[in-house]
Design a protein around this ligand. Structure first.
Ligand code: CAA
Length: 240
């Protein structure tokens, strides 16, 4: 039987590319989305990938969606925690709500979804969890104390859960994208973005599918010995 995957934020941007790649691998994909109903329905029509609307930052909503997906689609083998938001501002201008919303969705979403899928993966002895971190969680970014903290948290979360999953055949990895050509990056002021791109050795933004290919590898049968790792795909912008 085909493996079943949930991709959070899976109907747009990097998430949509991940959903398509996993589908190409023969995985049955379910894509979560939070707000943009029109885009989600268009994506569903185009790909045949079912989309479900819920807020990954809401613990109870994650439990309910997971139960519905298990019932209607089947047991979940693969989780890609991709959903993420930005609320950029310098600390001086950042409100508590801007901090809290980013922590709740970007980091809280990983916890909420892992809580839902992990027990079943453990019981069946196979699972893949891939958490989308960020270059800005590795190196920080001016104007992003909230986002950098949440993404950095994802990298720690990944390493801790990898240790818990290893003996049950559940691998947990992170992928840290650099600046990718998506709506999120398009929201960065043009002059600021030009300065960032000038510092990328490869000399351009990445494409969503360049991230999706890395995720597909980490989700595959062949990646069973890869766990607790971070795959950085950033055009050489951050090397360590
Ligand atoms: N390093 C040092 N100083 C910087 C700086 C930087 N990277 N960026 C801005 N500044 C300085 C400016 O030079 C300016 O200084 P002065 O006041 O002395 O002239 C000051 O900060 C204010 O800059 P802005 O005019 O840009 O101020 P603002 O309040 O309008 O905006 C900002 C600040 C919100 C941080 C804006 O610069 C911004 O959006 N920056 C981009 C942040 C970013 O890269 N976000 C990534 C989004 S994509 C993403 O997150 C995906 C991913 O994972 C990679």
């Amino acid at each position: 039987m085909a493996r079943i995957a949930i991709v959070t934020g899976g109907s747009r941007g990097i998430g949509a590319a991940i959903s398509r790649r996993l589908q190409d691998m023969g995985v049955t994909v379910v894509a979560n989305y939070a707000g943009n109903e029109d885009k989600a329905k268009a994506f569903e029509g185009e790909t045949g990938i079912r989309t479900f609307k819920w807020d990954v930052g809401d613990f109870d909503a994650c439990q309910a969606a997971f139960a519905q997906i298990t019932e209607e689609v089947g047991p979940v083998d693969i989780l890609v925690n991709n959903a993420g938001i930005t609320r950029d501002a310098t600390l001086m201008r950042m409100t508590y709500d801007m901090w809290d919303e980013v922590m709740r969705v970007n980091l809280g979403g990983c916890f909420n979804m892992a809580k839902a899928v992990f027990p079943g993966m453990k019981d069946r002895g196979w699972g893949r969890i891939v958490n989308i971190g960020s270059i800005n969680g590795q190196g920080g970014q001016y104007g992003q104390v909230n986002y950098a903290a949440a993404k950095s948290g994802i990298h720690g979360f990944t390493k801790a859960l990898a240790q818990e999953g290893a003996k049950f055949g559940v691998t947990v990895n992170a992928l840290a994208p650099g600046y990718i050509d998506t709506d999120m990056v398009a929201a960065v002021p043009e002059d600021v973005l030009a300065k960032i791109v000038a510092k990328v050795p490869v000399g351009r933004l990445g494409q969503a599918d360049e991230i999706a290919r890395g995720v597909a590898f980490l989700c595959g049968e062949d990646a069973g010995f890869v766990t607790g790792s971070t795959l950085s795909i950033n055009g050489g912008q951050h090397m360590y």
